[in-house]
Design a protein around this ligand. Sequence first.
Ligand code: DX5
Ligand code: ZN
Length: 224
Amino acid sequence: MIRISPSVLASDFSRLGDEAARMAASGAEYLHLDVMDGVFVPNISFGAPVIRAIRKCSDAFFDVHLMITDPIRYVQDFKDAGADGITFHVEAAPDPAAAAQAIRALGCRAAVSLKPATPAEAVFPLLDLADMVLVMTVEPGFGGQSFMHDMCAKIRALRHECTRRGLSTDIQVDGGIDEKTVAEAAAAGANVFVAGSAVFRSADSAATIAALRRIAAENYGKAL
Ligand code: DX5
Ligand code: ZN
């Protein structure tokens, strides 16, 4: 299933509720929420209280991307704030299997993410515990960066490994996704697409979301 997940990081923070509602009205079933702690990544964004406030304005699937150290400490807080899915970084968790299990035990979908320098194999032991793998296609920390084309080999390796094991795991990409790069990521086997700047800065967000979805569907799996 192809999903488009607009990243709130690119929204107007003075109108977060309206921005979340605008994305749902534009046809996005997911909303991507980037939590940054200034330690795991060199930037600070927002935390659970802000997500709880936005929750009142949207029925979308809240796709919470934790870029924080020791994520297991906070998963209950994010669940309580309204997360439907929680993504943690394999590099940030002392015991990644325990983190994935803790997220599922809360009734959330569990996802594990890899920074660009982390090889696909780092999450192979977690594939049975994860509903989604997030392949970062930029260095995490900031929106508006350029898509790293060489991450497509990692996406392909993950899709091949999931298929080999009979798993229909979602593979998400995050960073620099637009109407050009979405085709390449989908061809390599990604099916969930985070888009910040491309969607929020578009003059017609609904048209951009529809185009991303159509291009992803047309290209999915072509380079596998
Ligand atoms: C980066 C964040 C991304 C970011 C994507 O660390 O994880 O979700 O918002 O923004 P764009 O789509 O503008 O690259
Ligand atoms: Zn993100």
